[in-house]
Design a protein around this ligand. Structure first.
Ligand code: PLP
Length: 416
């Protein structure tokens, strides 16, 4: 059996596949402490809400109507219209349904967007996506039909009080070369929980416009929903911005519904890609989301339930970490949003990958830092000093997992 180039590339066992495997394996392993994957928390009141919503929609025949029909390749019309109106009313934007297309999860949105903009052009030029701040979302790294699709820049690091630190875009070093075809950044950032300031987004917007390329903002965790943001920042969109959202982190990852807000040309391109790749995006997510908007719940639930839940968990977990590992070489990225904490063990004498293996052997799953620094011009030792953990497990499990992390890190440091 011989695979094509596409087959060889997409048949690789990548970081993202390992992550999803760990997630699945952990779910089946009793006693495993799952701090690795990005599954959103099972927030009881959200589960109750989804139970009631789906029962009601089932009773009214709306769910059956959704699953027994194809939507168009752009996605469910009723949802496109309802979302455009919601965002226009809330933020004063001027969207029509021609600015919105749906996908089967924002992971699929990025596959389409990255390959739409980057790779080899008809004239034979190789074009890339600029990621202005490493570390960046692991799920981007292998999404290109061609290899080496990304150019990434190291951040500036500010050490903060209380064993915290924060990354900033290093605008002095950031360079948009002629082969860059789009800028992309997650806001809040997976893995770090960093949130670009309004000023940083504004600068990126200007930079993108000056080079005639789009700015892709991945707001899978951010505003407008689920709004897992602990900083006061402004939602951002204009016709040079591609705003990517998802229903996943609101608590509905199984619905696989991604949303892309962009100018009409990009929306049309994504619609055409959908037609070829999947005929139409799934219709269950948009049907439920339309009903959530009609009930006035879409933004409300993010603000009143989801965001406070994660904020409380983040603060609780930071306190547990600070108590378990009171060592000046240990710092936590300031949690500004998303559902992860990013831990930095300065001068760790083993790689983060080795730490991951040792922790996995003890039943604690995290994600080693090395995966998140793809596209850098040179290796950066800092990558091997960091791990990502989520903080959505029950507090008792979090405490046990953190104890084990602290023991293994202290053991490694003691070998120095
Ligand atoms: N973007 C970021 C930053 C993510 O963390 C994730 C998932 O974890 C995604 C996009 C993809 O999410 P989904 O495909 O479930 O919408």
């Amino acid at each position: 059996m011989q695979f094509s180039k596409f087959g060889d590339k997409f048949n690789r066992y990548t970081g993202i596949t390992q992550l999803m495997d760990d997630l699945n394996e952990g779910l089946r392993t009793p006693g495993a402490i799952m701090l690795g994957g990005g599954n959103p928390a099972a927030i009881p009141s959200m589960l109750d809400y989804f139970t009631e919503l789906s029962a009601d929609m089932l009773a009214k025949g709306e769910l059956l109507a959704a699953i027994t029909n194809y939507d168009g390749p752009q996605g469910k019309d009723a949802f496109l219209n309802a979302l455009a109106k919601l965002l226009n009313d809330t933020y004063g934007w001027s969207l029509t349904k021609n600015n919105i297309s749906l996908t089967n999860g924002s992971q699929s949105s990025f596959f389409s967007l990255f390959n739409l903009f980057a790779g080899t052009t008809a004239e034979g030029q190789k074009r890339k996506i600029l990621l202005p701040l490493a570390p960046e979302y692991i799920g981007y790294s292998d999404a290109g039909l061609e290899d080496e699709l990304f150019r990434t820049f190291k951040p500036e690091i500010t050490k903060l009080d209380g064993s915290l630190f924060k990354y900033h875009i290093d605008f002095e070093r950031l360079k948009v070369d002629a082969d860059i075809s789009a800028i992309c950044v997650s806001r809040p950032t997976n893995p770090t929980g960093n949130v670009l300031t309004d000023e940083e987004v504004d600068k990126l917007d200007k930079l993108a416009r000056a080079h005639g390329i789009p700015l892709i903002l991945d707001c899978a965790y951010g505003s407008p929903f689920p709004n897992i943001l602990f900083e006061d920042v402004t939602p951002f969109w204009n016709d040079n911005t591609v705003l990517c959202m998802s229903l996943s982190k609101l608590g509905l990852p199984g619905l696989r519904c991604g949303i892309v807000i962009a100018n009409e040309a990009i929306t049309q391109a994504l619609t055409n890609i959908n037609g070829i790749i999947s005929l139409a995006p799934g219709s269950m997510g948009p049907a439920m989301a339309t009903e959530m908007i009609a009930r006035g719940d879409m933004l409300r639930l993010g603000n009143e339930v989801v965001r406070p839940f994660y904020l409380q968990r983040a603060q609780q977990t930071v306190a547990m970490l600070q108590q378990a590992l009171p060592d000046p070489r240990f710092r936590i990225h300031k949690p500004e949003g998303a559902i992860f904490l990013w831990l930095w063990f300065e001068g760790l004498p083993i790689s983060a990958m080795e730490l991951y293996r040792r922790l996995k052997a003890r039943g604690v799953l995290v994600v080693p830092g090395e995966y998140f620094f793809f596209g850098l011009a040179e290796e950066w030792p800092h990558a091997g000093e960091c791990i990502r953990m989520n903080y959505v497990q029950q507090p008792e499990l979090m405490r046990r997992g953190i104890e084990i992390i602290a023991e293994e890190v202290n053991k490694a440091w003691a070998q120095l």
